[in-house]
Design a binder for this molecule. Structure first.
Ligand SMILES: NC(=O)C1=CN([C@@H]2O[C@H](COP(=O)(O)OP(=O)(O)OC[C@H]3O[C@@H](n4cnc5c(N)ncnc54)[C@H](OP(=O)(O)O)[C@@H]3O)[C@@H](O)[C@H]2O)C=CC1
Ligand SMILES: O=C(O)[C@@H]1CCC=N1
Length: 270
């Protein structure tokens, strides 16, 4: 792209995105200003990526054509409000914070700033993110298309109305954590059965990758794919019986609903 990208709050997610955008060639280090709260973090970012890094959010926002807000939800409105006059309507502002609605960011900034909200996930680190883009009041087609372009460099992107973003956060935003927990539990099961940890890890990771590829690439329904594995009177149905007895399906429904409710609490500043 032409112009400057400011990343405000360059933590785990901001840095993963920065890495993906630099490696895709969409942006060069000289076009990026990254901010963090601590000087040591700034030095780390500058060393690792060759970008300008500063604790001065105002200076970073003033020079930017695109501002990416990657602060924690709890810090977002305070930090943005403190430098509100640095924003200008020619910029596109993109927030990746869970919970925080564009209306709250709109209220914290001057009138007319185009604000786009994106919910992405940590697979940005391997260019396999799932990102969902939605626009605030002043975000036009140009702003939404720009956000889609940015996140398409690190995975897949879809556009949805903002009313669905807390549900999206609960599903795909937090989703990697559920799969990692599942992997951890299955690796432990291998240990229980007497396999060495490295062997159990390799078996489970490759099984997860293979299963994910089948889901994505065959386009077949998960039920159909599961039935392919489940032989009559066999081993898989014995395991599934136990999973159903442990209410694993209900546990997922409850857990993901709890994540959505937490997003709604964050939006209320709780
Ligand atoms: N992690 C995830 O899976 C996902 C996270 N998100 C969202 O991304 C956002 C960031 O999350 P994550 O990267 O995990 O959080 P981190 O805590 O890793 O990153 C937050 C960053 O903000 C910096 N920061 C704090 N205060 C200021 C300030 N006043 N000025 C400048 N920088 C500041 C911190 O700097 P310092 O290090 O110096 O303290 C830190 O680098 C959150 O809003 C979260 O909801 C969205 C999707 C997925
Ligand atoms: O746990 C969180 O709040 C963030 C948002 C989605 C994933 N991590």
């Amino acid at each position: 792209m032409d112009g400057t990208l400011a990343i405000i709050g360059t933590g785990r997610l901001g840095e993963a995105l920065l890495r993906g955008l630099l490696s895709s060639g969409w942006i060069t280090p000289s076009q990026v200003v990254a901010t963090a709260r601590r000087e040591e973090r700034c030095a780390e970012l500058a060393d690792a990526h060759g970008v300008k890094a500063t604790t001065d959010n105002r200076a970073a926002i003033e020079v930017a054509d695109v501002v990416l807000l990657a602060l924690k939800p709890q810090a977002m409105l305070g930090v943005v409000g403190a430098v509100a006059d640095a924003f200008h309507p020619e910029q596109t502002v993109i927030s990746v914070a869970a919970g925080t609605p564009t209306s709250a960011l709109q209220d914290a900034t001057p009138e007319g700033i185009p604000i786009v909200r994106v919910m992405t996930n940590t697979p940005v680190q391997v260019d396999e993110a799932m990102s969902v883009v939605s626009g605030g009041t002043h975000a036009g087609e140009r702003d939404l298309a720009l956000a889609e372009e940015i996140f398409s460099h690190v995975g897949r992107v879809v556009r949805m109305p903002e009313e669905h973003l807390d549900s999206v956060t609960a599903l795909s935003g937090s989703g990697p954590a559920y799969f990692f927990l599942l992997a951890e539990a299955m690796i432990d099961a291998g240990i229980l059965l007497g396999l060495p940890r490295d062997v159990s890890s390799e078996l489970i990771i490759q099984t997860m990758v293979g299963s994910a590829k089948m889901l994505r690439d065959t386009g077949r329904h998960p039920v159909e794919l599961r039935e392919m594995v489940t032989s009559p009177g066999g081993t898989t149905i014995a395991a599934i019986r136990q999973l159903e007895a442990s209410r694993v399906r209900a546990a997922f429904l409850d857990a993901i609903e709890a994540a959505k409710l937490r997003g709604e609490q964050l939006a209320r500043g709780e």
